[in-house]
Design a protein around this ligand. Structure first.
Ligand code: SF4
Ligand code: SF4
Ligand code: SF4
Length: 309
């Protein structure tokens, strides 16, 4: 899908239209209008003026989530110079739920670093686009994922406005989404800060109630005139996110998408139907069918095997 079509896709919101047409709208999607996250949920405020690009947070995440060894060690800073497909900087992947990228911004002698992970949207498009309800927005603020019900249609990958969900293809029949879960199982559900946030030697990330963080963010902007752009990225974007950012330079200079708007993406559903090819609208259903066939085939094979014994 080219950039333009993806943009239209995001604006249109696949779930409410295509799946609706097929009678497959997720109950999360239909429940989404009027829901604006959990007001008492946790969040993280990332102050990019403090980040020095040490990658300690990447290492902490790798350890906490028991991810594979990285291709390059965490003290190798040549990763900042990597250029990927389409001139892109590094992206999160099935092996790295968070990455830090370096930006050279005009008028600034020193580079600026930006940490990237799932933003744990208040009204997540990954969740609303998923017709088997594999995603959950927990009251604590994390967006978690249930691999047991996922059929591998990859709709969430396209739907996420921040390009976050990645698939692990280690099992072709049962691909699994890999993304930051805000350390939900090991930390967040016990009220503890995520591993990456706790590991940062610069206290770049402040963990707390989302509403308190918004207050603190605005205070920091107000009390330090000229230091910050007068905006908290994520306070309102796409309906608000649990992870939010402060910056000293315009957010677009650091690769943030400042065109997303404040409405949850699932709210805008009309343009999409008129534009996408039909193959996209039946895509999830096709994947569900393949998944079912593959699963049945596996079960049948296993049955035959055990009959032979
Ligand atoms: S640990 Fe903190 S200072 Fe180091 S790269 Fe991560 S956010 Fe930046
Ligand atoms: S950033 Fe993407 S993957 Fe994370 S909650 Fe939002 S839509 Fe879902
Ligand atoms: S919150 Fe947890 S899973 Fe997410 S990037 Fe940080 S350490 Fe990794």
């Amino acid at each position: 899908m080219d950039k333009m079509n993806r943009r239209l896709f995001l604006k249109g919101g696949l779930a409410g239209t295509a799946l609706g047409a097929l009678g497959l709208v997720s109950k999360n999607a239909s429940a989404s209008s009027g829901f604006s996250g959990y007001s008492e949920g946790f969040g993280v405020l990332v102050d990019l003026t403090r980040c020095i690009g040490c990658r300690t947070c990447e290492a902490a995440c790798n350890k906490e989530q028991q991810l594979p060894e990285p291709d390059k060690p965490f003290d190798d800073f040549s990763v900042f110079d990597e250029v990927h497909e389409g001139g892109q900087k590094r992206r999160t992947s099935e092996k790295a739920y968070t990455i830090v990228n370096k930006y050279k911004v005009e008028g600034h002698d020193k580079p600026i670093f930006r940490k990237v992970q799932c933003n744990h949207c208040n009204e997540p498009t990954c969740l609303t686009s998923c017709f088997v309800n594999a995603y959950t927005k927990t009251p604590e603020g994390a967006v978690t994922y249930n691999s047991k019900v996922c059929v591998g249609c990859r709709t969430c990958m396209i739907a996420c406005p921040f390009y976050i969900p990645a698939y692990s293809y280690s099992s072709v029949l049962n691909p699994v989404v890999k993304k930051c879960i805000m350390c939900y199982d090991t930390r967040l559900k016990f009220g503890r800060p995520p591993a990456c946030a706790q590991s940062c030697p610069r206290e770049t990330m402040t963990f707390g109630k989302r509403s308190d963080l918004i207050y603190q963010g605005h205070q920091r902007i107000r009390l330090n005139p000229g230091k910050y752009v007068d905006h908290i990225y994520g306070e309102n974007e796409v309906g608000g996110t649990a992870w939010m950012y402060l910056s000293s330079v315009p957010f677009e200079d650091l690769g943030f998408d400042t065109t997303l708007g404040n409405a949850p993406i699932i709210n805008n559903v009309k343009e999409f139907l008129a534009i996408v090819p039909m193959v996209l609208t039946i895509w999830p259903a096709l994947f569900a069918g393949f998944h079912l066939l593959a699963t049945r085939k596996n079960v049948n094979n296993q049955g035959h095997e055990s009959e032979k014994k």
